[in-house]
Write a protein that binds this ligand. Sequence first.
Ligand SMILES: [Zn+2]
Length: 677
Amino acid sequence: MRSILWCALLSIALCAVSLAQTSEPAQHKAGFSIDNIDKSVDPCMDFYQYACGNWIKNTQIPPDRPDMDSFGEVEEQNLLVLRDILEKASKGGSERDAIDQKIGDYYGACMDESAVEAKGIAPLKPELDQIAAAKDKQALIDVIARVQLIGPSPLFNFYSSPDFHNADMVIAYIDQGGLTLPDRNYYIKDDAKMVGIRKALSDYITTAFTLSGQSAQQAAESAKTVLDIETALAKASMDRTVRRDPKVRDHKMSREEAIGLAPNFYLARFFKDVDSPTFSDLNVSNPDFFKQVNDVVASQSLDSLKTYVQWHMLAGAAKWLPKPYVEARFKFRQALFGQAEDQPRWKKCVEATDEALGEALGQRYVERTFGAEGKQRMLTMVDALEKALDQDITGLPWMTEETKKQAKIKLEAIRNKIGYPDVWRDYSKLEVKQGDLMGNFLRANEFESRRQIAKISKPLDRKEWEMTPPTVNAYYSGSFNEIVFPAGILQPPFFDKSMDEYVNFGSIGAVIGHELTHGFDDQGRKFDPKGNLRDWWTEQDGKEFEKRASCVANEYSNFVAVDDLKLNGKLTLGENTADNGGARIALMALENMIRESGKTPEKIDGYTPEQRYFLGFARVWCEKRTPEYSRTLVNIDPHSPGRFRTNGVVENMPEFQKAWGCKTGQAMVSPNMCRVW
Ligand SMILES: [Zn+2]
């Protein structure tokens, strides 16, 4: 899944819907306004600063967030809408309909902080005891399976996903995993920042084990054990930039062969423990990881492995334990993200309800916020963008007719989903009890894990959504070959019914173009119209693509995100390709619309249609981040910071230079313009 902005940060998720301002009124309207422009800056020297300068000056990062940006502004508004829905739903009894009972009781139990304090560690104790009771390493795999069903994924990841070679069928996958920190580099690199974050993790583990009953000395030893095991897993893990290539993750093998790769994992027992449907083949995304970690399991004592699994159970549930756990968790997250304060409880509980019951809460959300008119205008824009991409492919100077024909077949096959699912998920079998936060949380996790596992060996359900309706984000899926826009993102400044089309094409138009272009970036181009991993390029065209893509990778590798830390041009290549392609085809679509209207466009607020297009584009990327968060994202986020999502794109566009009258030698005119699409 390739989204327009970063979402789930590992298990300590800080997702798109995480956000902000507390009770103070919004500092400014979340929409397009020329008041955001800093006219003291020359747009040809630093367009991002020109378009966002006053926004940046007038925006403060809310204390409970690591950032503020356009996504955050909308998320903030959504949280208030969702809170209102949930507070109403949580009042009342059996006269409520099934949806309100479920979402209301989930939220209500979550908000009952005094019940949480009164129960202490008790709600999690049975799970921790079960891990402690494992008699040998075979019994340990049973408890790992249990932990994987109810929450975190110690040791490795097990999940279902479309078969790389037959996307119509869902198969089982096993993959590297089992880390607490966001990436293998956090365990391996020895610079001061990484050492500091490892120390923060070690402190967090020590505190959590002390709180759950270990002596200070035991807890410190436990922390060392966890870090030792996770460091071994990190060393066996593949680098995330290398993993971008789906071909390196394509290792389908028989069930027996996979079991034989890592006999100490007792995978046959694991598959049975999690009630997996039977299968004869599965994909092992990183076979070397299983080979190497097989030795780790052999060399570590049973007690050490139990400590490691207990840690993952504790960390996965810490958010819903009493205050001292929550504070320890926050301190650790602060080291990674740099926010000043923890989120207020109501925000955590709104997000938790969205995670657990997203398509039930989502029904209520779209009833309130999403109209048929919005959907119709989006469909018209998607259509205009698809035509523009087709036109763009026709005109590509570097691609042969043969590959162009294949590219157009793929484009033609891209489906779209807008607003919310046609078929809502059924949560009737998920038990939600009043006053039982931890129980509800673990049951909701288990409900979702079992739902995912049940898909194995079944045809792909193409109606399914991977984001909930209130999510302020969008995605392209290679296996589904589809672009998806939840209702949450179809609001200002992304999509503004009251704004001219020039601005809308720059904002939501470029977002649509971004997602479409993902079908043809370094990863997307390797999938065919049906979503199968199949090379449909001539060899020569493939080389031409690589040549142009490496221009983009080099360009972004020279951008500095924070201090002296540069972007990883290869990690961000797909997103940068999508940003560049999306901006180009959205502008083409706008020019087509203006031409077809037959009217001479007029300036608005003193700006030409093209200038407003670029201002609308930049507005989406106005952003502020803590230095800690910037640093974390450079390490793990495939997206570039907003400054470069703006300037990195416009400096490649002669259309931009024409619109703003920029000249050779100015910063927004790259001497080495890159263009893939
Ligand atoms: Zn993207």
